[in-house]
Design a protein around this ligand. Structure first.
Ligand code: NAD
Length: 284
């Protein structure tokens, strides 16, 4: 038995939700995008329209295709419009209680064979799967920001996820022109599990005075071919986000190698959170 995904629901119209909706719509798959307020829905739709118009102005997509993609997205606050979707992706605020409440709402509306997925970065896929009626049809689909540009999606199998569900989301990831990697459920999955400790190490190197921030970033750009240095990347992600991710790894994996660098903690305590506050490792 196999399943082909032909229609999608996305819950959450924020940074990730609107990017996910755009990616599906551009691939010709109709999307219902749900958020709690009309203002959030409209903001998500405006972001998608702007992004598609920019791609059209750069000839990355034709104007006809951009308009067709916009026309495939129905923005709404009405969860009942998710009925009939082959796949519903939860991409709302990163909070366990909020996600459980949303999943229960989705669960009450969709059909028995609908796949439910979550875009969570840090919450256990297995624990979220346990809150729906068919945990075997639940899976993690971790997209990267900005979704329309980033070629990777991590497919995270909860303990309960079955092979049909896994194959269906891998197939649809391919139709979005993305490459899927398969990951077992564990904190940080693969990419963030490696990336965030590297950023933490860059803070240790800075704190030990081994090199300047600029030289640390230049070293990793030119020595490892990274497009951006780890400290500049931390400023983009948000130092508070990096710190809370490390705290999750330390707590859940119980290994002291994840202890956050004291300098990172100091900077967060000072409110130097990166680009969003105008100062992090660098001034903006
Ligand atoms: P965001 O704050 O930009 O958007 C979250 C949206 O969820 C908001 O529009 C909010 O109104 C909506 N929402 C909250 N409660 C809701 C409800 N009950 N029903 C419907 N909508 C509701 O957040 P984001 O950055 O888009 O993150 C969304 C998810 O994606 C999180 O789980 C996050 O961990 C994950 N993620 C984020 C990134 C990133 O770089 N931002 C990358 C990968 C994964």
């Amino acid at each position: 038995m196999s399943k082909t995904i032909q229609s999608v629901g996305v819950v959450g119209a924020g940074t990730m939700g609107n990017g996910i909706a755009q990616a599906f719509a551009t691939a010709g798959i109709p999307v219902v995008m749900v958020d709690i307020s009309l203002a959030a829905v409209e903001k998500g739709q405006a972001t998608i329209a702007k992004s598609l118009d920019r791609l059209a102005s750069k000839d990355k997509i034709s104007e006809i295709d951009a308009d067709a993609a916009k026309g495939r997205i129905l923005g709404t606050t009405d969860y009942s419009k998710l009925k009939g979707a082959d796949l519903v992706i939860e991409a709302a605020t990163e909070n366990f209680d909020i996600k459980v409440q949303i999943l229960k709402q989705i669960n009450g509306i969709v059909g028995d064979d609908t796949i439910i997925a979550t875009n969570t970065s840090s919450i256990s896929i297995t624990a979220l799967a346990a809150t729906v009626t068919h945990p075997e049809r639940f899976i993690g689909l971790h997209f990267f920001n900005p979704v329309p540009m980033m070629a990777l999606v991590e497919v995270i199998r909860g303990l309960q996820s079955n092979d049909v569900t896994h194959a269906a989301v891998e197939d649809v990831a391919g139709r979005l022109n993305k490459t899927a990697i398969t990951v077992k459920n564990a904190p940080g999955f693969v990419v963030n599990r490696i990336l965030v400790p590297m950023i933490n190490e860059a803070f240790f190197v800075l704190a030990e005075g081994l090199a300047t921030a600029e030289d640390i970033d230049t070293g990793m750009r030119l020595g490892c071919n990274h497009p951006i240095g780890p400290l500049a990347l931390a400023d983009m992600i948000g130092l508070d986000v990096c710190l809370s991710v490390l705290e999750v790894y330390l707590r859940e994996l119980g290994d002291s190698k994840y202890r956050p660098c004291p300098l990172l903690k100091e900077m967060v305590a000072a409110g130097r959170l990166g680009r969003k506050t105008g100062q992090g490792v660098y001034h903006y």
